[in-house]
Design a protein around this ligand. Sequence first.
Ligand SMILES: [Zn+2]
Length: 256
Amino acid sequence: MTMLTKDVAVCIRAVDYSETSQIVTLFARATGKISAIAKGSKRPKSAFDGPIEIFSHGKIVFSSSNKENLATLTEFEQQPSASRLRSNLFALNCCLFGAELLNSMTDDYDPHPGLFDSFIQLVQNTGDAKNESEMLALLILFQLSLLKEVGLRPVLDTCVNCKTRYSTGHLTVERRATSDGFYFSSSANGLICPDCEANYQDKMALTKNAEACLANLKLLAGAQEKTLNEVERILIYHFTELLGHRPKMAKHILKR
Ligand SMILES: [Zn+2]
């Protein structure tokens, strides 16, 4: 039986299927990720307000007979959100990276309304951001909320192994005199303290600034570009381990 479903969605991928049609991947708020064919979307007059563009969002109606097959998109009231992104290549790349991760870290028909909201926020706020540091901070926040939503929230304020709390207080500073700082380990899914680091093969050393940002995400907003790049490098390493391949968009984000 074919069911008509109404939802609100954002386009995270669009490819041409024929002269007149597209196949789109949509992330729908109540439904989760769906792949659908949009028949006639490239005709001048269609039910989609023109060809479907990546990052467009709005109300959709789709029909699906079963979850194995492509759904059929019958309506899409597109609100373009990419216009401001197009004027800044780095902003666009941050959102394309977000879309790639959203696509590869979620399953079809697995709803995550909070993740839908975070992604819309990423697209809108990145378009408004004043500089690349701000854009990168927004991407990092989205990546962390993605990990949390899919049940992989990393431990970022204590050592995963011995629960030593990361702190900038006296004790830690004293300890710093004789040992190195914390590490991030993908297999441990979080921070590893200097005492435990020898037990973990896969890890990246963190500078004090990067560590402070991870333990207190509010610091991301005022962080230096160098620190943001370091945090992003750690997240790219982590996503690479999780996915089993390096995300395609990573090279457009970390140029420096
Ligand atoms: Zn430890």
